[in-house]
Design a protein around this ligand. Sequence first.
Ligand code: SF4
Ligand code: SF4
Length: 363
Amino acid sequence: MTQDQQEAKIDQRALEVCVRCGTCRSVCPAFEVLGWESKNTRGRVMVAKALGEGLAPDASVLDSLNTCTTCGICAAKCPAGANPPAIVQAARRGLVSQGIMTEAQAGFRTKVAGSGNTFGEVGERLAWLSDAGAIKEKAEAVYFVGCLDSYRYPVVAAKTFDILRRFGVALLPDEKCCGSPLIRTGSSALKVIDENLRQIREMKAKTVVTGCAGCLSTLKSSYPPEFEVVSVPEFLAERLSVLRPRRLDLTVTYHDPCHLGRHAGIFDPPREVIKAICRLVEMKRSREDARCCGGGGGVRAGYPELSLEIAKRRLQDVPAGVDAIVSCCPLCIRNLSDAGAGVGAEVEVIDLVDLVARAIGPP
Ligand code: SF4
Ligand code: SF4
């Protein structure tokens, strides 16, 4: 059984683990906004179980399963050790395999199949790269840019690569979507995974560095363990003594992306980098307890109002008087920025790399 197929299988024992205690009701960000048990962790687990027992899927079932951002805070808090986001993902996959899906889910499939990226963009993925000579045939380490930075934050992609290439990190010649939006929303990502893998293998890369939390999670869990996957904050934290950033007179806060923090356990490296540059004041809820930005799991595409409302609630955790919110995931940055603009919040949301680029000189 391939990794891809494993992700599609609902583990019946996992469904039995949930003892319906309701602890997750106090943490699920979607439930906090929507207020229905069917849009809460426990309700979703029950829906997944009922589907296995023959429940006919209707629109309310699709909404129940697809309003989960896969943030994982329920799994972190569950006293019984259940892993609800994995159950939700497998249940989505089961329905998608029968052709039952929302428009947003179908949209991801069409766009990635047609263009190799999650937006259906036809433009050059490496349009941000000014030096075509940076493409190498072989490299020990490659930078996996991701769809969001490639097409929505090309300046961040350029700044990231400007730092990474100082340490010999190269680019894949024809990177595709990592597969995260497909996998999270219940579709197969084997085609893009195979294509990225072929290039990683051809380049003989032993390390893949990425600045996107969604790509990181996917590269770590849905690709064969042939290479080390390193997040940009980890990479930077290990090289602070070489980069020697100067101090900036700024106070920032840090938003833990769910797929970097809770899912991958990477909490300290971004904080080490920030503290080497400026003052850090923690959000009201941070690290394992960090609230979701509302963007993940296909929720931004499928339920934009819910997604923005979750992000607005996350912004309420921002301490007063900070100059910026720093994060390490373009999807979090996008969703929090949009929510901030919606409520007239003046604090900008920036990538950790933006902060580092301000504090270091040219190579
Ligand atoms: S998922 Fe965990 S926290 Fe939620 S009801 Fe089930 S056992 Fe309780
Ligand atoms: S992963 Fe997050 S959004 Fe999904 S059920 Fe758990 S707490 Fe709710």
